[in-house]
Ligand binder design. Structure first.
Ligand SMILES: [Zn+2]
Length: 380
């Protein structure tokens, strides 16, 4: 079988859509008008991805406030925030360029999603001619909605975690039921968990083991057959062309991450200084048998944070090198991250989000062609 390839999920939102989000926050347009812009951008994403030949497509997350907050708020500014949440939660990340992203704060129970990702899958299935995938958020990210210290009156932390796991499970199951062939879980907080950034206290609490355990609490509810198509995405962040945790030694994460009983992993790698070390860590730590499923390592061969387009030749060479360390039947190709995980992202290194959408398509084409060339060279 040729080396499989898959995108993470997001694409830059056209400037027109970003402005529509802002107009909606300011009450200048209603939700229906915002949705009309989202639908237009989603349709354009799917059409253009299909033109590149991408085997499984997404709407580029055009209808989501962000990869992490789609279940709980309509916009990043907090318009349409779900019940029992306030806007002033923990930072989930402070990026290298100095900007930050903040999560809402849980104020009471019960915790419930207001939007499930299956809503997007249903719409995308009606547009796409290729199979559809969907990215969802990990319980380990949303556990940070709970204040780091202390308890919430009448809503014990354990009850929150139990409700959270139920919602995450439902999110994944409903995506499959709506026709998604793959569901990948965004786990950007994995690498960040060892950052020890005093401005962001949770990163100094050694939470990686808790994150992995919580994610398995959800993933272990699925059969081996289902887990073949449930993935985990790791990266050092990707927002406004900046990262949040690239300086954290990758081995701290990669020696543990494969304990998650997922069937495949979408692993940032192309922007690493020592890619070979990453292939080696993935080869050594990924499992041939994770409770009944072999773990496929989709290595990042494209950097969505730079406008320079990789060549198919570069992609091919990376994959051929990776195959020295990772069994080729468990090797795939992906991008280092989504191209714009947050709805407001002007892609500064690209000059504009509209240009960044064009660049993304060229990069995706290079990934597809590079994977084809590598498969040929490796004889698979
Ligand atoms: Zn990412």
């Amino acid at each position: 079988m040729p080396i499989p390839t898959e995108l993470v999920g997001s694409l830059p939102r056209p400037m027109k859509l970003q402005e529509a989000y802002e107009d909606y926050d300011q009450g200048k347009i209603d939700f229906g008008q915002l949705q009309a812009e989202q639908d237009k951008a989603a349709e354009d994403s799917i059409r253009r991805l299909e033109e590149t030949g991408e085997p499984t497509v997404t709407d580029g997350e055009q209808r989501e406030s962000s990869f992490a907050t789609y279940p709980i708020t309509d916009t990043l500014a907090g318009t349409g925030l779900a019940d029992n949440l306030a806007g002033d939660g923990q930072y989930f990340a402070i990026f290298d360029d100095g900007h930050h992203r903040q999560l809402p704060r849980l104020t009471g129970g019960p915790f419930r999603y207001k939007t499930f990702a299956s809503e997007f899958v249903e719409k995308n299935k009606q547009i796409a001619s290729h199979p559809v995938k969907q990215a969802v958020i990990a319980p380990s990210m949303l556990m940070l909605l709970h204040p780091l210290e202390g308890e919430i009156p009448d809503y014990p932390r354990e009850q929150f975690l139990s409700d959270l796991c139920d919602e995450c499970e439902k999110d994944i199951r409903q995506c499959f039921a709506a026709g998604a062939v793959r569901v990948s879980i965004d786990f950007t907080e994995g690498r960040l968990a060892n950052k020890n950034d005093s401005r962001n206290p949770w990163t100094g609490k050694d939470m990686l083991d808790d994150f992995i355990e919580l994610n398995n609490r959800v993933i272990d509810r699925f059969s081996a057959e289902e887990r073949k198509n449930i993935g985990i995405h790791t990266c050092p962040g990707g927002d406004c062309d900046s990262v949040h945790s690239k300086e954290v030694p990758y081995e701290k994460l990669l020696t543990k991450m494969f304990n998650i009983n997922a069937g495949y992993f979408l692993i940032q790698c192309s922007s690493e200084e020592d890619k070979e070390k990453v292939y080696k860590l993935c080869g050594e730590n990924s499992r041939e048998d994770a409770n009944g499923v072999p773990q496929v390592c989709f290595m990042g061969v494209i950097n969505p944070l730079t406008p320079e387009v990789e060549t198919a030749e570069q992609v091919k060479n990376d994959l051929v090198t990776a195959a020295k360390y990772i069994p080729v039947e468990r090797l795939g190709a992906t991008d280092d991250c989504g191209f714009s995980p947050f709805s407001r992202d002007e892609k500064p290194k690209h000059g504009s989000p509209d240009f960044a959408r064009d660049v993304a398509m060229q990069k995706i084409s290079a990934r597809l062609e590079g994977a084809r060339l590598a498969s040929e060279e490796l004889g698979v």
